[in-house]
Design a protein around this ligand. Sequence first.
Ligand SMILES: Nc1nc2c(ncn2[C@@H]2O[C@H](COP(=O)(O)OP(=O)(O)OP(=O)(O)O)[C@@H](O)[C@H]2O)c(=O)[nH]1
Ligand SMILES: [Mg+2]
Length: 228
Amino acid sequence: MYHLIKSLYLHATSKEEYSLLLLGLDNAGKTTLLEQIKGLYTSHHEPQLNTVPTVGQNVSVIDLPEMYLRIWDVGGQHSLRGLWQSYFESCHAIVFVVDSTDIGDGDISRLASDNNASTPLKASANTDAEGRLGECKLVLESILQHQSTTGIPILVLANKQDCEDCVEVVRIKEGFVRKVFEGEKGQNVRDSRVLPLSALKGVGVKEAVEWVCSRVKWNKEGRPPVMR
Ligand SMILES: Nc1nc2c(ncn2[C@@H]2O[C@H](COP(=O)(O)OP(=O)(O)OP(=O)(O)O)[C@@H](O)[C@H]2O)c(=O)[nH]1
Ligand SMILES: [Mg+2]
C-alpha cells in the first residue's frame, strides 16, 4: 500500500524533463536566443542581450506546463566544438542556429570548393563572398553523421532575420538545409524543420520552443525523458 501511494504521489508531483542542445558556429546567436527564451518563460527574467562569446557552456531549465526544458548553450568557437559530442547522447533535440548574414547566398551547390572534411568540427572559413557557408555545412553534416544524434529532432533557425543583408529563410531551407539533409552525409531521415528567427528582437522564439516541445514528446519512445 505504501509503495502504491508513493508511486501515485511521485506520478502526480513529477514532470518530464527534456534536454535541448543549442549548436551553431560562434557568433550565430545561441546565447542571445537562450536569454530570450528565459525572458519569455521565466518570470522576472530580463534578457541580457549584451552577450560575450561563450567559453564553455550556459545551462537553464525552463518550467513549462507540460515539461521541464533543460537548455544547453555551448560555445561555437573552433576550439570548443570538440566538446559538443559529449552532449549528444543525453539531448532530446538539437537547435542549430545559423547566422543568415554570414552564409553568402545560402546555396551550397555554388560553393567554390569543398573544404577538407577530415576535421569538420574545426573547418575554417570559405571566401568572403561565401561567408561561412562552407564551414556551416561541414559542421551541420558532422552533427548529422554522429551516431548519437540519430533519430532526434533537429530544428535549424535562420537567425538575424532583422538584418537587411540576411539570406531569407526559404533560401536557407532549399539551398542549404535540404541539400545537406538529402546529401550523402545527411544519413538517416529525421524529424526536422527550418524556421526564421531574430534572437535579438525576440521574433520567432516562441515558435521555435513550441516546435521543439511538440517533437520531443512525439519522439519520447525513441529517447525517453527524465522524470523530475
Ligand atoms: N542583428 C542581430 N544580431 C544578433 C541576433 N542574434 C544575435 N545577434 C548578435 O550576434 C552576436 C553574437 O551573439 P551570441 O548570442 O553571443 O552568439 P553565440 O552563438 O552565443 O556565440 P558563441 O558563444 O561564440 O558560440 C552578438 O553581437 C548578438 O547581439 C539577431 O537576431 N539579430
Ligand atoms: Mg554564446
